[in-house]
Design a protein around this ligand. Structure first.
Ligand code: NAG
Length: 137
């Protein structure tokens, strides 16, 4: 809904479990992750053109499996360690989502969350959430 490339293509949209302005919705350091995955796939990482070409022709399954979501000893909240999220590429997403709302002005929009939404992430960051309740006597 936010990309100018989609103008006129969507009449209605529903966002579940998050929206473009969530702090974790945009990957702000895609080169870091491209190099990290490239290394695992045996791509040269010195030259970004060579790296991008290598990633483009990599086996999709191998590329997917090259990403490992770390769940322990995290430097920050789990949602901030998600690597494979949209990037502001200057083309499909020309700017940060908060600056693209005008592109969605004509789209009927529904936003929702589900029961236990975010529980996986919250449970990693705050394990006490999953501890059995103690009886208070
Ligand atoms: C990176 O690789 C491309 C494609 O091989 C080449 O055209 C370009 O000159 C290289 N850039 C650098 C800085 O070496």
């Amino acid at each position: 809904t936010l990309s100018p490339k989609n103008k006129g293509l969507f009449k209605r949209a529903i966002s579940q479990s998050g929206v473009g302005v969530c702090s974790w919705a945009i990957q702000r350091d895609p080169l870091f992750w491209a190099k990290k995955l490239g290394e695992k796939l045996g791509c040269s990482t010195d030259n970004t053109t060579v790296l991008a070409n290598c990633l483009r022709v990599s086996d999709p399954k191998a590329l997917t499996l090259a990403y490992h979501l770390q769940l322990t000893n995290l430097p920050t909240a789990l949602v901030h360690t998600l690597a494979i999220t949209p990037v502001v590429d200057g083309d499909f997403l020309p700017d940060m989502p908060e600056n693209l709302f005008a592109n969605a002005a004509d789209i009927d929009y529904l936003v929702g969350v589900n029961d236990m939404d975010g529980h996986f992430f919250a449970g990693v960051d705050l394990p006490a959430i999953n501890a059995p309740l103690r009886k208070i006597t």
